[in-house]
Design a protein. Structure first.
Length: 541
């Protein structure tokens, strides 16, 4: 047993030092002496987690569990890792077993509830939390956990009530203040959200502060406080922010005091296709600032390169790339030429959009291929003289906390039943179920034959420019249409920060915003859209 202990101690030391391969080797040596050493398997699992190999870690934890199936610690480790791998149903199974073995555990009840939440099993998650609260009503953590479930479900008002109860039990608790900030943001109490962020940050650990600051950014931007908002928005790039990318790019980062005139600059797209399109509205300003002696390279999503190169001929456009290591994405621009300076695209806002006045006179900035636009107009003419209205109702990332951002397709019924309109499908991804639901209403949504709306962005831009109006949620399709100059109506949740407190979508030239007062209250919003559509395009005109 002395040899086993020595190898385990070596493995522990190696993990503490970040030497994960050495830790795995030492733990395996312990297993060579005692094949049923569960601690060795757990140390191997810890090391695999540290190395960023979640699947291997899960296998190692399961080996430990087979040796000691009564261990709630191993079950909890399995559940936690399954959550990190996005395996919410697997996590539910492990946490449920652990709670069964240790009934009354507030921690295990919370973990089970959050795993159910991640699988959109909101009713079951709420039931678990209510049962736990009945047993321990003075536990602020339980009330706070229930609030997080309700927030993701979109029941913000009840979430606020739950987090208020948590704060009544534990005044000044940072985690509850953070959740109250989110609830207040979603209910439009933007100053209250900012105050809660400030209070939460005052006592937060360093690792928690970037997340708090990012919520503060959204509240500040939604309120039109662009100076503070853009400063806080930098939190998205902080190394301690959960979703922050790393960058492996030539040159050095652009700094606030750097002169742009005559510079050689690489600008890298970030945060998804829709945001890359939206932030590209600043490229014309940037080209003017660089002047004739400057050189601009854009590194954007591969699907955008052809469209961006046509739209910005004075820039050199390349595709960016990414690789994931240890759970963090590193952004690269492998084919881009060497540049003296580089910056993420969203960081241009502090220079070029510091106040609302800097959005005035915004014009279309993406140029689809003219011949392709004309071909789509000819195809659309086959639908008759009716106005051609493109629609998009969801994002490809319509899961988790994002699910509440989009109205159920059934709520679109008043819009789809507007007389005298020819609807055109601009929704990328799998939407066969929704198209069939529209047919059941007697509404045919015309889908462009031969056009891949997901990958053929150049073709999608041409189609967007050929329709008369686009209506949809804030996603790549609507941003693309608006950037080409097509009148676009955005359907947003409460306090959508890209509106910047303006009541419209100022990044684009011809937009209108229909915002829900609260998540889940989509019916009145869609009816307002239907009324506006009928008024703009009367059936008897």
């Amino acid at each position: 047993m002395g040899a086993v202990r020595a190898h385990l101690d070596q493995a522990l030391t190696a993990i503490a030092d970040g030497r994960f391969e050495a830790a795995i080797g030492s733990a395996r040596q312990a297993l060579g002496h005692d094949a049923r050493c569960g601690v060795a398997w757990r140390l191997i699992a810890f090391a695999f987690e540290g190395r960023g190999d979640g699947a291997a870690a899960l296998d190692a934890y399961q080996s430990a569990y087979l040796i000691d199936p009564q261990s709630t610690e191993i079950l909890t480790d399995l559940g936690r890792l399954a959550v990190s791998l996005g395996l919410s149903q697997v996590a539910v199974e492990f946490y449920a077993r652990a709670l069964s073995a240790q009934p009354g555990s507030a921690l295990l009840a919370t973990q089970l509830s959050l795993a159910l939440r991640d699988g959109h099993e909101y009713g079951l998650a709420i039931g678990v939390m209510r049962e736990a609260i009945l047993q321990d009503a003075a536990n602020a953590a339980l009330w706070n956990a229930l609030a997080t479930v309700l927030l993701q479900q979109g029941d913000t008002e009840n979430a606020l009530a739950m987090v208020e109860q948590a704060l009544a039990l534990s005044p000044g608790w940072g985690e509850a203040l953070y959740n109250r900030a989110i609830a207040r943001l979603e209910l439009g109490d933007l100053m209250g959200a900012i105050a809660d962020c400030d209070a939460a940050a005052a006592g937060a650990k360093a690792a928690e502060k970037p997340g708090i600051r990012f919520v503060r950014a959204q509240a500040g931007l939604a309120a039109g406080r662009l100076g503070d908002g853009w400063a806080d928005y930098d939190a998205r790039l902080h190394a301690r922010f959960a979703r922050a990318p790393a960058f492996d790019l030539p040159g050095r980062p652009l700094r606030a005091g750097d002169t742009l005139e005559g510079a050689t600059l690489l600008v890298v797209g970030e945060q998804g296709l829709g945001d890359e399109i939206m932030f590209a509205s600043m490229v014309p300003d940037l080209l003017r600032a660089l002047g004739p002696e400057g050189r601009l390279t854009l590194a954007v999503a591969p699907r955008l390169t052809a469209l961006f190169q046509r739209s910005f001929p004075d820039a050199e456009v390349h595709a960016h790339g990414s690789a994931e290591t240890g759970g963090r994405v590193t952004v690269t621009a492998p084919s881009a030429p060497t540049a003296g300076l580089w910056t993420p695209m969203g960081s241009l806002t502090r220079r070029f959009r510091p106040t609302a006045d800097h959005f005035e006179g915004q014009s279309a900035f993406l140029r689809p291929e003219a011949a392709a636009v004309e071909r789509w107009r000819e195809r659309l003419a086959g639908l008759g003289a009716r106005p051609k209205v493109g629609i998009a109702w969801k994002s490809k990332m319509s899961h988790g906390h994002r699910l509440k951002q989009y109205a159920p397709f059934a709520d679109w019924t008043p819009v789809l039943q507007t007389p005298g309109i020819a609807f055109v499908n601009l929704q990328y991804g799998d939407c066969a179920e929704e198209l069939e639901a529209a047919r059941a209403l007697g509404v045919g949504i015309w889908s462009p034959p031969g056009l891949d709306l997901t990958d053929d962005i150049d073709g999608a831009a041409a189609l967007s420019a050929a329709v008369d109006l686009v209506i949809g949620v804030g996603n790549a399709s609507t941003n693309l249409a608006a950037a080409t100059g097509t009148p676009t109506w955005f359907i947003c949740g409460p306090a959508a920060w890209p509106t910047l407190g303006t009541g419209r979508h100022p990044w684009f030239p011809s937009t209108r915003v229909f915002a829900a007062p609260r998540f889940g209250d989509w019916g009145p919003v869609l009816r307002a859209v239907a009324d506006a559509l009928a008024a703009a395009h009367p059936a008897d005109a």
